[in-house]
Design a protein around this ligand. Structure first.
Ligand code: AMP
Length: 218
């Protein structure tokens, strides 16, 4: 089973993916997490990735696809995966379709999270992440019990370099230009499930995740 998560930066893709992952027992795979790990560990590919990620620009498609292929070949993904952020351009979607054709796998659903733009900018700048276990918090919507400390593992919380307002605006522009057209691409294939995630209507990650699982069962 393959689930693709689409949505603007900090729209909640990772949070929804984690819940769905637990419910379905398939791994949630985040391209950003994999890239940041390489950057922190200063691997050869990490040095290359850093040039793009720090500026909020997209990593070249060929690198992304190669890394996705590698990750999906790991044992825990043998029954499928939830891709959080991995498909972000039309060429990536096309290359992924080809990859699936070769492996005989298929996409079950593409979840597109619709979040009002003002909320996105708030979500990005209020986001904090645990250095150790990568748990995600929001200083307003879902703060940790002790400021700066992860509830789950006691690790230190930090703000991503690219989660500043200025960089977030650039990432949002990149999203509108490169990623948003993917909704049409997947709609035409009958795979798109668009759904609102917004505090304004009190529809947050748990409810969205529940609906994604229900949609898969239809
Ligand atoms: P994220 O954690 O999903 O916000 O991703 C952080 C950064 O990693 C993005 O701003 C891009 O620089 C890079 N990145 C992640 N996924 C992709 C992708 N599928 N294609 C290109 N660049 C990506």
């Amino acid at each position: 089973m393959i689930i693709i998560m689409l949505g603007a930066p900090a729209s909640g893709k990772g949070s929804v993916a984690e819940i769905v992952s637990e419910k379905l027992n398939i791994p949630a795979i985040s391209s950003g997490d994999i890239f940041r790990k390489h950057i922190t560990e200063k691997t050869e590919i990490g040095l290359k990735l850093n040039e793009y990620v720090t500026k909020g620009e997209l990593v070249p498609d060929s690198i992304v696809i190669e890394m996705l292929k590698e990750r999906l070949s790991e044992e825990d993904a043998k029954d499928g995966a939830i891709l959080d952020g991995f498909i972000r351009t039309i060429p990536q979607a096309e290359a992924f379709d080809k990859m699936l054709e070769e492996t005989g796998n298929k996409i079950n659903i593409v979840v597109n999270l619709e979040v009002p733009e003002q909320e996105i900018l708030e979500r990005v700048t209020n986001r904090r992440i645990c250095k150790k276990c990568k748990a995600v918090y929001n200083t307003v919507l879902s703060p940790s019990k002790v400021e700066g400390i992860c509830d789950k593992c006691g690790g230190e919380l930090y703000q991503r370099d690219d989660d500043t307002l200025e960089k977030a605006k650039n990432r949002l522009n990149v999203y509108y230009k490169e990623t948003a057209p993917l909704t049409e691409y997947y709609k035409n294939k009958g795979l798109l499930y668009s759904t609102v995630l917004s505090k304004s209507i009190n529809r947050m990650k748990d409810e969205v995740a529940k609906d994604v699982v229900a949609e898969l069962g239809k």
